[in-house]
Design a protein around this ligand. Structure first.
Ligand code: NDP
Length: 453
């Protein structure tokens, strides 16, 4: 690495000592950009990367609410408005007890490049809270969302910052958040995406991230004249992204043998077919149960708990061709990556954000497998959010087929942009470099045009 990148990373580490995920995300991007900076001294002179690393604005606020036992609870709310060079801030809200400033900054930083890759005019942002919706009643979730939006509403708007869902924020939470925004601002506007279909949502938005990750895998396979037909796939998670990745793998003739939640995973050698997937969707989205219950209904499958202190995740130690990590960051460590390779996996398409540690990524790249990093592979969700914004502006809605066609075409364009950038800068087949470089150049050029802001 050049002295420039070394110095930049040393400064980032010194300034953000308690933010390991943010540092990890910046390191990966800076390493990819080394060669770009050498060829474009104008970016260095204008300190474009140094500016991209600093959020334009960070909002941190108190979220007090009253639980069902009349106890007062206090959570923390955040919104990171990272970069608005190519459009208004756009990115999800995460409600999970692990949420902190560093995790949201990593997600917002990744979002800037991802949104640029979609070809749509969206800047990057991310937000959320350390609130845990698990085990809360609908009324508690509603009171929390109303309190959260009572503060957030003054910072967002359809032309300023448009949040969406992420871990722990699905259709129910978006509904409560939107209701409170509308009540306080007295306006019905597309300020959030992932809305219900009968109040401004887009068809295919719930499906988009999972479908997109599978389309991206299919695009990667196509470079080797292969398809997903007959491929055995490992999927982690059992939330929004995992469910729709599973559905699209089935559509394309593949077989899914695993799903998980934070308690454990199921392995179903017969494959998770449409009926079993419908059971999971009801279990997770309606009854809000645990994946363990799958084996009560389908006793041929096995359930095993995942011990977070163990140095590998047994889900990734199964014979397969493809893996779709769709739960959370750093869920594939070096040992997991090695296990995947030993078990024959040669396609990894990341539905989750940064699910593979740097050591794991290095193994995938050294081995030359088809590895699609999250900021490219899971961009389908925000892309359809962008399409939801367009439909809201036009007060018009596209059909399911139209949105799906646009999603497929955007995923194909992202794939091509990654391949071209990787080729152009001397690392053919490296989708990590391709995604980082293509996303960065679009944002950097806009920042150069807009002066030192
Ligand atoms: P959901 O909340 O719908 O589902 C998350 C799933 O991952 C659940 O099964 C959850 O299990 C599991 N999970 C969450 N945290 C952990 C953890 N620390 N360890 C193990 N399992 C965990 O979220 P999404 O499906 O929306 O998001 C999944 C990933 O995809 C995230 O990385 C998110 O950032 C990314 N993503 C999502 C997009 C979207 O449109 N929704 C867009 C782009 C990326 P449990 O229920 O036990 O917590």
């Amino acid at each position: 690495m050049s002295a420039y990148v070394d110095e930049l990373l040393a400064a980032v580490k010194a300034k953000n000592p308690a933010q390991p995920e943010f540092i990890q995300a910046v390191e990966e991007v800076a390493e990819s950009l080394d060669v770009v900076m050498e060829k474009h001294p104008e970016y260095r002179a204008a300190k474009v990367l140094e500016r991209i690393i600093e959020p334009e604005r960070v909002i941190l606020f108190r979220v007090p609410w009253v639980d069902d036992q009349s106890n007062v609870q206090v959570n923390r709310g955040f919104r990171i408005e990272m970069n608005s060079a190519i459009g208004p801030y756009k990115g999800g809200l995460r409600f999970h007890p692990s949420v902190n400033l560093g995790i949201l900054k990593f997600l917002a930083f990744e979002q800037v490049f991802k949104n640029a890759l979609t070809t749509l005019p969206m800047g990057g942002g991310k937000g959320g809270s350390d609130f845990d919706p698990k085990g809360k009643s609908d009324n508690e979730v509603m009171r929390f969302c109303q309190s959260f939006m009572s503060e957030l509403q003054r910072h967002i708007g359809p032309n300023t910052d448009i949040p969406a869902g992420d871990i722990g924020v699905g259709g129910r939470e978006i509904g409560f958040l939107f209701g409170q925004y509308k009540r306080l601002r007295n306006e019905f506007t597309g300020v959030l995406t992932g809305k219900g279909l009968n109040w401004g949502g887009s068809l295919i938005r719930p499906e988009a991230t999972g479908y997109g990750a599978v389309y991206f895998a299919a695009n990667m396979l196509e470079t080797r004249k292969e398809s997903l037909k007959g491929k055995t796939c490992l999927v982690s998670g059992s939330g929004n992204v995992a469910q729709y990745a599973t559905e699209k793998i089935l559509d394309m003739g593949g077989k899914v043998v695993t799903l998980s939640d934070s308690g454990g995973y199921i392995y179903d050698a017969d494959g998770i077919d449409r009926e079993k997937l419908a059971f999971i969707m009801d279990l997770k989205n309606v009854r809000r149960g645990r994946i363990k219950e799958y084996t009560d209904k389908y006793p041929n499958a096995v359930y095993a708990s995942i011990d977070p202190t163990q140095d590998f995740n047994p889900l990734w130690n199964q014979k397969a061709d493809c893996a779709f990590p769709s739960a959370t960051q750093n869920e594939i460590n070096e040992k997991d990556a090695q296990n995947l390779l030993n078990n024959g996996v040669y396609v990894v398409s990341e539905g989750a954000n940064m699910p593979t540690t740097p050591e794991g990524v290095k193994l995938f790249l050294d081995k030359g497998i088809l590895y699609g990093p999250g900021k490219a592979a899971n961009a389908g969700g925000v892309a359809v959010s962008g399409l939801e914004m367009s439909q809201n502006s036009m007060r018009f809605s596209w059909s399911r087929e139209e949105v799906d066609k646009k999603l497929q075409s955007i995923m194909k364009d992202i794939h091509t942009a990654c391949v071209d950038a990787a080729d152009r800068f001397g690392t053919p087949g490296n989708y990590v470099n391709g995604a980082n470089i293509a996303g960065f150049i679009k944002v950097a050029d806009a920042m150069m045009d807009q002066g030192i802001v």
